[in-house]
Structures are given as structure tokens and as C-alpha cells.
Ligand binder design. Structure first.
Ligand code: TYM
Length: 331
């Protein structure tokens, strides 16, 4: 079976709906056809300053949410990035193939460092996308399912794979980003010109583990657009289009069917229906996730098993890389 890999940074107590619709829901589906690897990018999470206790708790919480959403550890390998030392070891080699200017042009670095200027940013934030490339290339996946905001990092990953292969001989598979166009960018409910984001949070962001009633209220207060027809027009009606996308995924109905259903209805009706679908979806997921969070031992067992399986691949691939680069083989 072809291989697939993806991960998330455990930066909050809960995933938000953008993480779920843009990534996790696709992972759950894809694990049926692929040899799938899913991880928490905990090494990436310390690039911007963090609280150790929160990181530990959030790492468990993210794995619990993967499982609650339907990732099945008997089908997929689930692990923590920090448990697989080949990730940072490959990253170093790739850093030595990346131009300083090339890394500086990454938009995430520019966005996240701009608040204080690059002076206040860490070197870890600068090399972040290179570690991400290492995460991916070590497993030689065919596909990397992510949301739109990861496209540039996937491009860099492909460039680095090609560069390494050209210089040292074919070693890496050049992976494809798997970005589902319709759901690749879920928007903030209050600012539908921006993506939904955990670092912004607030009334425009839906947290999976929040009380579903709180989220339903946020949905009923979502900003809609001028006009009154419920049509899918992301250019001119991003707020309404976003709600239709969310309803389509949570209610398992194509957007066209929803448009037909809402002919003659008002924005209030749409929001009510999205809120109801959300409550129905989030209630059971939150319940399952919370039960798993209460049992960290089981989560740790799953991670230990996953790290061992991951290393079956990564140890081999890294040894090959080190050999190609010219390091002496340890005797
Ligand atoms: P992260 O943790 O920011 O996001 C996790 C996943 O959620 C997607 N996503 C969204 N999709 C649609 N709409 C949104 N509003 C939205 N917000 C987030 C992201 O695109 C992502 O797929 N750098 C990565 C983590 C990472 C990784 C990797 C991913 C580290 N190494 C290797 C893939 C492969 C990140 O910060 O994702």
C-alpha cells in the first residue's frame, strides 16, 4: 500500500474545526487505503516559547482527539515526533542543503516573526520548515494530507528531496501535497477573510472540546454577507460559503444539495442548521476524547508502539542518508 504521513502541532488544549475539516477528517478516510503515519509535532511546538506542563497535557489531548475522530491505531501508526530521534538528525542534513535566503522567504517565518521583527524570533522558528521536510522525507510517503496553509512547506520539502537526490543519488521520494480544495481553508466565523486559527481563537474559532453549546452560539453569531440568498459564492459571500462548507462536511451532504434545500430560506435558518449539525458532531467526539484524556497510560502505550514502528523505517532511511552524505559508518 502507498504510504501517507501528516501531523499537527499540539499548540492548544483542543483542535479547532479547521484542523478537523482541513486535515483530520481526511486522515480518517485515507487510513483505509494507505499505510498511514500520523504524529504530533511536539518539536515544532517549542519554536515560539511554550509552557512545558501545557505541552505535555496538550500532547495527550491531541492524540486523544485523533483517536476520538476515528484514527485507528490498528490501521495507522501514531507517534510523537520527539520519540523518533531521526527527525532532528535528518533535519540537520537538510539544513545544510537549504539556502539562508530560501528559508527566510517562508511566509510562516515572515508572519510569525514580524511582530517583533526577526531579532526576536528563534533560530528554531527559522528552521521550522526544514524539520517539517525531515518529518516527511524520512517516511518516503506518496501523499501528505494538509490544509492550504501548509502548501509552501510542502513545496520546500519537494525541492529539498530533489536537491538531495540530485546531489547524492536517489534517496527520497518526492511527495505530493494532498490538499482537498473545497475544505482546505476553513474561515474564521467573525472574520471570513481570514482562516480559522487557534492562535487567533475568540468568537470566530470553534474548539472541538469546548462545550458544544458555546460553539453553537458562536455559529449563530457568525458574520454573514450582504444579500440574502444562500448560495455558494466564496468570492462574494465568504461567510455563507464557509458555513455551507462546514455543514456539508458535518452533515455529509454535497454543497449543491444544501443550496437547493435552502432556496427561499434566510441566513438565520442556515446558521441554525449548522449549529445543530455541529452539536450533533462535537458532542460524541468530545465525550470520547475526554474519556481517553482521562487514561494517559493507554495513550502512552499507543505512542510507544507507534514510535517503535516509525523507527523501523526512519532508522533505515537515516542510515542510508548518512552513508550517502559520506559519514563513516559506526563500527
Ligand atoms: P497545524 O498544527 O498548524 O495544523 C494542522 C493541520 O490543520 C490544517 N489547518 C486548516 N485546514 C483548513 N482550514 C483551516 N483554517 C486550518 N487551520 C489549520 C493545517 O493545514 C494542517 O494540515 N507545520 C504543521 C505541522 C507539521 C506537519 C509536518 C504537517 C509538522 N510536520 C509534516 C504535515 C507533515 C502545522 O503547523 O500544522
Amino acid at each position: 500500500r502507498p504510504r501517507l504521513l501528516s501531523g499537527m502541532q499540539p499548540t492548544s488544549d483542543s483542535l479547532h474545526l479547521g484542523n478537523y475539516i482541513g486535515a483530520l477528517v481526511n486522515w480518517v478516510e485515507l487510513q483505509e487505503q494507505f499505510d498511514a503515519y500520523f504524529f504530533i509535532a511536539d518539536l515544532h511546538t517549542i519554536t515560539m516559547g511554550h509552557d512545558p506542563k501545557a505541552l505535555r497535557a496538550r500532547s495527550h489531548r491531541y492524540i486523544a482527539q485523533y483517536l476520538a475522530a476515528g484514527i485507528d491505531p490498528s490501521k495507522s501508526v501514531l507517534f510523537a515526533q520527539s520519540h523518533v530521534p531521526e527527525h532532528p538528525r535528518l533535519s540537520w542534513v537538510l539544513e545544510c542543503l537549504t539556502g539562508f535566503g530560501e528559508a527566510g522567504r517562508m511566509t510562516q517565518f515572515k508572519d510569525k516573526s514580524s511582530k517583533e521583527g526577526t531579532e526576536g524570533a528563534t533560530v528554531g522558528l527559522f528552521t521550522y520548515p526544514i524539520l517539517q521536510a525531515a518529518d516527511i522525507l524520512l517516511y518516503r510517503p506518496a501523499l501528505v494530507p494538509v490544509g492550504e496553509d501548509q502548501r509552501q512547506h510542502l513545496e520546500l520539502t519537494r525541492d529539498l528531496a530533489q536537491r538531495f537526490n540530485k546531489r547524492f543519488g536517489k534517496t527520497f521520494r518526492v511527495p505530493e501535497a494532498h490538499i482537498v480544495k473545497a475544505t482546505a481553508k476553513i474561515l474564521d466565523l467573525q472574520h471570513p477573510e481570514k482562516k480559522m486559527s487557534g492562535s487567533i481563537g475568540g468568537p470566530g474559532c470553534l474548539w472541538l472540546l469546548d462545550d458544544p453549546k458555546v460553539s453553537a452560539k458562536k455559529i449563530r453569531s457568525a458574520v454573514t454577507d450582504t444579500g440574502r440568498d444562500i448560495v455558494f459564492d466564496p468570492e462574494n459571500k465568504p461567510g455563507v460559503a464557509n458555513l455551507l462548507t462546514i455543514l456539508s462536511v458535518l452533515g455529509h451532504e454535497p454543497v449543491e444539495a444544501l443550496e437547493a434545500k435552502f432556496v427561499g430560506a434566510g441566513y438565520g435558518d442556515l446558521k441554525k442548521e449548522v449549529a445543530a449539525a455541529y452539536e450533533e458532531f462535537a458532542g460524541p467526539i468530545a465525550e470520547k476524547a475526554n474519556a481517553l484524556i482521562a487514561d494517559p497510560d493507554t495513550l502512552d502505550d499507543i505512542l510507544a508502539d507507534g514510535a517503535a514502528k516509525a523507527q523501523e523505517t526512519t532508522a533505515r532511511v537515516l542510515a542510508e542518508v548518512y552513508d550517502r552524505v559520506g559519514f563513516l559508518p559506526p563500527k
